[in-house]
Design a protein around this ligand. Structure first.
Ligand SMILES: [Zn+2]
Length: 208
């Protein structure tokens, strides 16, 4: 029995459907919580080998100005049903923690390919703990970005969101083996299927 069967038996398995482009996702950050929000801009896009992610960091406001940095403690939500596989422990200010989720299983026997989402600079929600994989539902609170700190810059307040196609399996105790980041893919067209966000340079080198 793999962990899917364990969770299914307990009635806790998230509804896993095979991911496909254009799938209706829950956007990980609630735009209503961003003062004067008009649209997202791209400050640190996917760049293979350099920055294998998209940063939700800045937006254009209703006054046309670009706001850099998310409000401290911005909530972050699950984009799809899935299983939180791994949460790295928090670093300074909690802002270097990383949470790896797997979503959208395509199960064949004990082997599974999936989309994984890694969220970095996130403080995990209290009901998600380091250790045992935890099923999550689309829209569930996963955590918050860090709180306000005097020594941080506005662009430090962002969600680093990476996506990958992975393969692996769970054993009956719930342990996962496999690779969660075999092939990094560009999250931008998945986050923004209709309109590509404009690039906006914030004028400082970004590497996380
Ligand atoms: Zn990043």
């Amino acid at each position: 029995m793999n962990v899917s069967s364990v969770y299914r038996a307990a009635g806790k398995l998230p509804r896993i459907t095979r991911w496909k482009p254009g799938q209706n996702l829950r956007f990980p950050i609630d735009e209503k919580g961003l003062p004067g929000f008009k649209k997202w801009v791209s400050t640190n896009p996917f760049n293979p080998g350099v920055h294998s992610a998209f940063d939700l960091m800045a937006y254009e406001g209703n006054d046309g100005r670009v706001v850099v940095g998310m409000p401290p403690r911005t909530p972050v939500y699950a984009m799809m049903d899935g299983i939180v596989l791994d949460i790295l422990r928090q670093g300074p200010h909690g802002c270097y923690s990383s949470m790896d989720l797997v979503h959208s299983f395509c199960c064949t026997e004990n082997f599974t390919s999936f989309i994984s989402v890694s969220l970095i600079h996130l403080i995990a929600a209290k009901d998600l703990t380091v250790g045992m994989p935890t099923p999550v539902r689309k829209g569930q609170l996963l955590g918050t970005l860090m709180g306000r700190h005097r020594d941080r810059m506005p662009w430090d307040y962002h969600l680093h969101l990476a996506m990958a196609v992975g393969r692996g399996c769970f054993d009956k105790s719930g342990l996962f083996s496999g690779r969660i980041a075999d092939t990094n893919i560009d999250p931008e067209p998945i986050l923004f299927p209709r309109e590509k966000p404009q690039f906006f340079s914030i004028g400082v080198p970004l590497n996380s």
